[in-house]
Design a protein around this ligand. Structure first.
Ligand code: 5GP
Length: 185
């Protein structure tokens, strides 16, 4: 599982681990609205609050958490079925969800993606500009809390430079060698 503050670049790193190292990204569920370019069933399962709560009561989530005012959860099926066929999964979740995964006893490695500085994080969040300034403030406050949890992870990678961070993450997680990707740089 991979965690890190919003704006740390963890989604990009996870995408690269999927593309270059053959890991499977676990699509999780959320009640947050899709950002531009995000697709249902690909980036997330975008659910209404009622539907999320219905699935929660039906015990369909392996873990769930409230993050930035929205609900997020890992569908059991999305983890149990691929693990049974031997897939290597990447589960990108927040630190509260990570605590719950530790409790499940499912065998896993844990990686925290950190940023070189808060200034860098703030710049990335503002550049992303998908959130209003109050949301950026909220994500920054939460980042300060999340970073305190980094010591609970087996590995920490500072995302100062993407290629280096991807290579280090793959090495620490024991993945590799990278697959040849047609058309990739
Ligand atoms: P975002 O809204 O920026 O996509 O994600 C916000 C936070 O929610 C990120 O830290 C992301 O890793 C986390 N997250 C995404 N899916 C899940 C999930 O299924 N469970 C938990 N606990 N956190 C999630």
């Amino acid at each position: 599982m991979v965690s890190g503050p919003s704006g740390s670049g963890k989604t990009t790193i996870c995408d690269r681990l999927e593309r270059d190292f053959g890991c499977e990204y676990v699509v999780t569920a959320t009640t947050r609205a899709p950002r531009t370019g995000e697709r249902d069933g690909f980036d997330y399962y975008f659910l209404s609050k009622d539907e999320f709560e219905r699935r929660l009561v039906a015990n369909e989530f392996l873990e769930h958490a409230r993050v930035h005012g929205n609900l997020y959860g890992t569908p059991r099926r999305s983890v149990e079925e691929p693990l049974a066929r031997g897939a290597v999964l990447i589960l990108e979740i927040d630190t509260q969800g990570a605590d719950q995964i530790r409790e499940t006893g499912i065998e896993h490695s844990s990686l925290f993606i950190a940023v070189p500085s808060f200034e860098a994080l703030e710049a990335r969040l503002r550049a992303r500009a998908t959130e209003g300034s109050s949301d950026v403030e909220r994500r920054l406050r939460r980042a300060r809390e999340e970073i305190k949890q980094a010591a609970r992870y087996q590995f920490v990678v500072v995302n100062d430079q993407l290629e280096r961070a991807v290579a280090e993450a793959a090495r620490l997680l024991g993945l590799g060698p990278p697959r040849a990707v047609p058309g990739a740089k």
